[in-house]
Design a protein around this ligand. Structure first.
Ligand SMILES: Nc1nc2c(ncn2[C@@H]2O[C@H](COP(=O)(O)OP(=O)(O)OP(=O)(O)O)[C@@H](O)[C@H]2O)c(=O)[nH]1
Length: 321
């Protein structure tokens, strides 16, 4: 048996037609006018358009939702170059808008498709038709999309502090180091605010650890409500926090710091009928060109913070050299 079309006898042609009808791939043959010449069972089942309705009709009239410019360009290139054209679900999720029933989740959703368009030649070797093959790749595509989502969620969790939802220490320090490097290139000022809840041990001892956790959460939400979108805040330790203020000098940073201090002083956490008031001490430091590492920036902001603690707490200190 050869693959030469001239060798095909009637029974074998018949078998071939049966296979084309039942194969789990969409097969559509169009001529140069984009009129459909072949429409197999897969296409019938998924589109609801019967072969008798499809044959002889223009593909774009029958499916107005098809991306006509894109598909025309693809098919024209197949005719002109006598070579295949491809499109993957990653580039274009589907060509035909078909529903897909997924047994695992039971959900009916759109079918993801890979598409190949191949040139079909006549006896004289000229390309007379194009065959569009539609592969249902929904399972592969949805698992890949779900895996990507899970990876993104894992990455987010690895950067986030569980109690507050702020950046955790590791990620926040990375951002601090990035901002420090950015300063060394651009020399535009940036400031850092470090702060710590005053006498937090007393809050825990008086009201319990869970009440203490509520205070920490309140600090985080107040901080998020006051900061600019470009500011980067993180939970540095148990009750110590840091905020990176890009493109902000020490004077502007101390205004933000005082606003935060006053807001927290006025905030009251209610836990199981108890009202808890608290204050914070803050230290501000602007990057200076003499710093060679981000840790120096952090140390100086911390020194300013401890100055606030020693000086009576509930205040902001700006680091001065
Ligand atoms: N509830 C709660 N407490 C925490 C958490 N992390 C740290 N702490 C507590 O925070 C307290 C910090 O106490 P210290 O470092 O002595 O400082 P402080 O009592 O805040 O006093 P000053 O900082 O000097 O004002 C300790 O009692 C820790 O157990 C947390 O996630 N939740």
């Amino acid at each position: 048996m050869t693959n030469d079309p001239q060798d095909l006898d009637m029974p074998r042609l018949h078998w071939l037609m049966q296979m084309l009808q039942t194969v789990d791939v969409g097969l559509v043959v169009v001529d140069r006018a984009f009129d459909i010449q072949l429409w197999n069972g897969f296409m019938e089942n998924h589109s609801g358009v019967r072969t008798s309705q499809a044959r002889g009709n223009n593909i774009f009239s029958l499916f107005p939702e098809l991306p006509d410019q894109w598909l025309t360009r693809k098919i024209e290139s197949v005719f002109t170059l006598d070579s295949r054209a491809y499109s993957t679900w990653g580039q274009r999720p589907h060509l035909f808008r078909f529903k897909s029933y997924r047994p695992l989740t039971g959900r009916s959703e759109q079918m993801y498709q890979n598409v190949t368009i191949i040139p079909l030649t006549g006896m004289d070797k000229r390309v007379t038709h194009a065959c569009i093959l539609i592969y249902d790749v929904t399972d592969i595509a949805t698992s890949k999309i779900e895996l990507e989502k899970a990876n993104q969620e894992l990455a987010r969790l690895s950067r986030t502090d569980r109690l507050t939802g702020l950046n955790n220490r590791g990620h926040w320090e990375e951002r601090l180091s990035q901002e420090f490097r950015r300063f060394r290139r651009s020399q535009t000022p940036s400031s850092l605010v470090m702060f710590d809840i005053d006498h937090f041990k007393k809050v825990n001892d008086t009201f319990g650890h869970q009440a203490g956790d509520e205070v920490i959460k309140q600090v985080a939400s107040t901080l998020l409500s006051l900061q600019r979108e470009t500011d980067i805040s993180g939970r540095y330790g148990g009750e110590e926090f840091g905020v990176i203020l890009p493109e902000t000098n020490a004077e502007q940073a101390s205004i933000m710091s005082e606003r935060l201090r006053v807001s927290l002083e006025e905030a009251e956490v209610e836990y199981e009928g108890q009202h808890i008031s608290f204050t914070v001490s803050l230290g501000v430091c602007e990057i200076t060109p003499d710093m060679t590492e981000y840790s120096q920036w952090l140390e100086r902001a911390d020194q300013a913070l401890y100055h606030s603690k020693r000086n009576g707490r509930n205040q902001t200190t700006v680091h001065s050299t």
